[in-house]
Design a protein around this ligand. Structure first.
Ligand code: GTP
Ligand code: MG
Length: 317
């Protein structure tokens, strides 16, 4: 299996009418077809189930989806790429940076640096590979209105990139409620492959869900919707070998004395989704502490980084 993008219009033996319906419903690539449920495709395209079954079989054949050897699994894993955070220490605890093909969740209390990291990664993904980037573009989905182009400019200068070019390569959209947020992500299945997007940010992934499904009585429904959304994001990350970064504000609880007080409320959203969870804590001044949670494949330990005018950096020795 390769990362090569195959469009549905390139599938053999598919009529132009069917292709038109698929594209109109957002299934412009073969991967978008593969990762969707058949019922979902039927609902959105109005095509009969037999046609859809044939299409999916066709798509699987084209992508060569079949058993693979462990060696091939290893090679696929080797296709995972990494984006530098700007801090070597933070990169180290992440195993080299923020990975593609997965979701990375940054969670922590207000002011812990979640939004700053999202800005920094949107800049750094544009760096060439030898400088820790992917020469790719970023999609920035903002649910709280805290995106600042001024920060992008400053951070771009901080890595010696042309600020105007950097800003042109960040596709920004404000999501106004959870349905809107979900539909933006669905659109990405056709937007991403046309625009060389290598990073998708959602800051924050949880705020609309929390506001719309408040309290314990809505907890199950909220978590179910959020899980479906996260699975969609996971498919996006895998299908296009890109990094998905989400944030989640977790309130500190002064009344919790045992363990870490910030973990108690809400918890991290990725509890039931594969991915990397990073807890952020405030420290003195502009210092922040990052810790990877439940990731046996990553090195243990904490990283200290600082938020400077130019962005995320290692603390001065
Ligand atoms: P919430 O969204 O409220 O949950 O917080 P957050 O975790 O997203 O925090 P954010 O990333 O916004 O971090 C805010 C911190 O970053 C501030 O307390 C500042 O210390 C730092 N910061 C933000 N903007 C600047 C800037 O322009 N210059 C410098 N030097 N630091 C900044
Ligand atoms: Mg924020």
């Amino acid at each position: 299996m390769s990362d090569k993008i195959v469009f549905v219009k390139d599938l053999p033996n598919v009529t132009p009418q069917i292709i038109e319906k698929l594209e109109a419903a957002g299934y412009s690539t073969v991967w978008a077809l593969i990762v969707a449920r058949p019922e979902e495709i039927a609902e959105k395209t109005g095509l009969p189930p037999t046609t859809i079954a044939r299409l999916i079989e066709n798509a699987r054949r084209v992508l060569g989806l079949t058993f693979k050897t462990a060696k091939e699994v290893k090679n696929e894993r080797l296709s995972v790429r990494k984006i530098t955070t700007g801090s070597r220490e933070l990169d180290n605890v992440l195993g080299g940076g923020v990975e593609t093909k997965t979701i990375t969740e940054f969670f922590g209390e207000y002011g812990s640096g979640k939004t700053q990291i999202c800005h920094q990664l949107s800049v750094n993904v544009q760096l060439p590979p030898e400088k820790g980037g992917l020469s790719g573009k970023a999609v920035y989905i903002d649910t709280e209105g805290t995106f600042r182009w001024e920060r992008i400019e400053a951070m771009a200068r901080g890595v010696s990139l042309d600020p105007d070019k950097v800003m042109e390569n960040i596709f920004y959209q404000r999501a106004y409620n959870s349905d809107h947020q979900i539909s933006i992500v669905e659109e990405l299945f056709s937007f991403v492959p046309k625009n060389n997007v290598k990073l998708v940010v959602i800051d924050s992934v949880t705020s609309h869900f929390r506001a719309e499904y408040p309290g314990r009585e809505h907890l199950a429904e909220r978590q179910q919707k959020l899980n479906a959304h996260l699975h969609q994001l996971m498919r996006l990350a895998e299908a296009y070998n890109l990094a998905v970064v989400v944030t989640n504000q977790v309130m500190a609880r002064p009344d919790v004395f045992y363990g870490d007080p910030t973990v108690a409320v809400g918890g991290h959203v990725l509890a039931h989704t594969p991915g990397v969870r990073v807890q952020l804590r405030k420290s003195k001044g502009n210092k922040r502490i990052a810790r990877i949670v439940d990731a046996p494949h990553l090195p243990e330990g904490e990283a200290v980084f600082v938020i400077t005018e130019e962005g995320i950096r290692d603390p001065e020795e």
